[in-house]
Design a protein around this ligand. Structure first.
Ligand code: MN
Ligand code: MN
Length: 287
């Protein structure tokens, strides 16, 4: 959760910039400095983190996988809190729920990354649980706003990567899940030309994250690699951050980034992640 927040806070500064623009303005962007098109304070986070925390609250309130209705309620409450930004597909999905009460978006060609960016509570609270139940929970929360096979596949893949990391896999082993996704759905293939300026289209988002994880090693290097690609940098940063954070563990996160996070965000992330993992079937009850 802290890794996600760091990626979001770091990437938000350069969201919608090209690598060339980032280079001209910052050289290598590697400090949590705020700014960006949202004019954030240094250490502030965006929808990627706050929507994840809202979904986490729904899990904690249900002490297990929340119903689609509970997910929709959580997202609605989040939108009412006037988040600093909100994706188009997310907004459309929440408005549809408000107007019709339907908790599932109709199948759509719109494969945005908003359902994937917020999937972390499923990975944490579901750790060690039945894979079918975890997959179901991942898609229940996704479908409130997103209904596309590419978004579904990426969301399941990210949940699996986080859980593999928690189980002790190495970065290289976690990356085999990206390769498996690319074998199943070749659009996600990430060999070959460099994916810069990734859009909010989940395929672009994930290809950039996979490339950063393949070409750089460790939390800090991967996060710097991914955000300097620009584009939807807060969201690629958030997704890379949750996977790399699960690999690293809190103690291996760069101190300068941890301390740069807004203290209230840092504390909420710690508290939320701790309570979620305590719900997990794979979490030892004692010791
Ligand atoms: Mn954002
Ligand atoms: Mn974004």
């Amino acid at each position: 959760m802290l890794g996600l927040a760091i990626g979001d806070a770091l990437g938000a500064t350069v969201e919608f910039m090209t690598p060339r623009e980032i280079g001209a303005q910052y050289g290598v962007h590697d400090r949590i400095r705020g700014g960006g098109w949202l004019r954030l304070a240094a250490g502030a986070v965006t929808d990627d983190t706050t929507m994840t925390l809202a979904l986490a609250e729904a899990w904690l309130a249900a002490a297990g996988p929340p119903s689609a209705e509970a997910c929709a309620l959580a997202f609605d409450g989040w939108m009412r809190s006037k988040p600093v930004d909100i994706g188009n597909t997310v907004r459309r999905g929440i408005v549809r729920w408000r107007l019709t009460g339907s908790t599932e978006a109709p199948p759509s060609s719109d494969a945005g990354n908003g359902a994937t960016m917020r999937c972390l509570p499923v990975a944490l609270a579901g750790f060690g649980g039945d894979p079918d139940a975890i997959g179901h929970a991942a898609l229940v929360q996704a479908r409130v706003t997103h209904h596309n096979p590419l978004t579904d596949a990426a969301t399941l893949c990210v949940v699996g990567m986080v859980q593999a990391a928690l189980a002790g896999d190495s970065q290289q082993q976690v990356l085999t899940r990206a390769q498996a996704l690319a074998t199943l759905l070749p659009a996600f293939g990430f060999a070959g030309s460099r994916c810069d300026n990734p859009s909010g289209y989940i395929v672009d988002t994930m290809r950039a994250v996979f490339q950063a994880m393949e070409r750089s090693l460790g939390f800090e290097a991967v996060l710097i690699d991914i955000v300097n690609r620009g584009g939807d940098a807060d969201t690629t940063g958030a997704i890379a951050g949750m996977v790399m954070g699960a690999l690293a563990g809190e103690n291996a996160l760069p101190e300068r980034w941890l301390t740069a996070l807004h203290p209230a965000v840092r504390e909420e992330c710690r508290k939320s992640a701790t309570r979620l993992i305590q719900l997990a079937p794979g979490w030892p009850a004692e010791g």
